[in-house]
Design a protein around this ligand. Structure first.
Ligand SMILES: Nc1ncnc2c1ncn2[C@@H]1O[C@H](COP(=O)(O)OP(=O)(O)OP(=O)(O)O)[C@@H](O)[C@H]1O
Ligand SMILES: [Mg+2]
Length: 281
């Protein structure tokens, strides 16, 4: 099982969109995927339609009991794609966690529960664009951290200052003494301006010196209307835009590249046979 946490200290960069679409693509590739909405604003929980099941527990039970049971998991309408919904609209969980000595490890240990370890191949955790005990727990639960950076100057600065500071705080030897997974930064929502291209190449140069801890992925996710349209329709973007006329690659092609870069053993695996036959025509 591989666990990813999608993180950025900056709000609105695309974390939830990326988590949902990565999860849905992995599920369509045949992996059993569990999404975890660790944002108290439950955007991921509302992203895809859910199969109704009552009563449904969610993140609160996972954190408070320190384990995941089948009752904490809800099915989405897409096969192989399940979710632990966020059910803490008043934001009590971060305060509850703050008073626990094991706050950093609570989610990590909960994910070792048989209901997760024996039933899923991949876990993707969405986080809030801020710092706090829930974010720390989500970071420390992951094997790999995925951080979208939009190539505009404020976002790039925030990544360098905010996200890197956050990671330093959680490094071994720090108060929480965790071992953090490597960070894979994704240049995200790049538009076609010269400015965006310059900032994107600046980000690559800047992070070359951190290459032990942070690598900037080759795949760039462009700013494209398909991502918003797919969110409105509540469908995975790789299903929504399989082909794209013109020079831009389709959202499906971009998301496949991204998955292959994150999980190289999946290279050459497509979401469904349509893509295989499309390629051979
Ligand atoms: N590749 C893309 N191209 C264009 N728009 C995008 C793209 N990805 C996401 N968006 C849009 O950007 C907005 C913010 O995305 P999203 O909600 O995923 O960000 P977030 O980082 O999760 O925000 P928050 O910090 O509030 O949780 C949404 O309107 C979404 O539809
Ligand atoms: Mg979000």
């Amino acid at each position: 099982m591989i666990k990813f946490t999608i993180t950025s200290t900056k709000g609105g960069v695309g974390k939830t969109t990326l988590t949902a679409n990565l999860g849905a693509l992995l599920a369509d590739m045949g992996l059993r995927v569990l999404l975890i909405d660790a944002d108290v604003q439950p955007s991921l929980s509302k992203y895809f339609p859910l199969v109704k099941r009552t009563p449904v527990a969610g993140l609160t039970e996972v954190i408070v009991r320190g384990q995941v049971t089948a009752s904490c998991i809800t099915q989405t309408v897409y096969p192989n794609l399940h979710i632990v919904v966020s059910d803490d609209p008043e934001g009590h969980l971060p305060n509850w966690l703050l008073n626990r000595i094991d706050r950093g490890f609570r989610l990590r240990f909960a994910l070792q529960s048989p209901a997760v370890a024996e039933h899923y191949d991949c876990v993707l955790i969405d986080t809030q664009g801020a710092i706090g005990p829930l974010q720390d727990a989500a970071l420390m639960a992951a094997d790999i951290l995925v951080s979208p950076i939009t190539p505009e100057i404020l976002s790039a600065r925030e990544f360098k200052d905010g996200t890197m500071e956050l990671l330093e705080r959680l490094e071994p030897g720090s108060a929480l003494g965790a071992t953090l997974g490597p960070v894979k930064a994704v240049i995200y929502r790049q538009d076609r301006t010269v400015d965006a291209r310059l900032i994107a190449s600046g980000i690559r140069e800047d992070f070359a010196r951190f290459k032990d801890r942070v690598s900037v992925l080759d795949t760039v996710v462009p700013h494209a209307k398909a991502y918003k349209e797919a969110a409105t329709l509540r469908v995975p973007v790789h299903r929504h835009e399989r082909r794209h006329a013109g020079v831009m690659p389709s959202a499906s092609a971009v998301m496949h590249q991204l998955v292959w870069e994150l999980i190289p053993s999946l290279r050459g695996v497509y979401a469904d046979t349509v893509h295989v036959s499309e390629r051979s025509t």
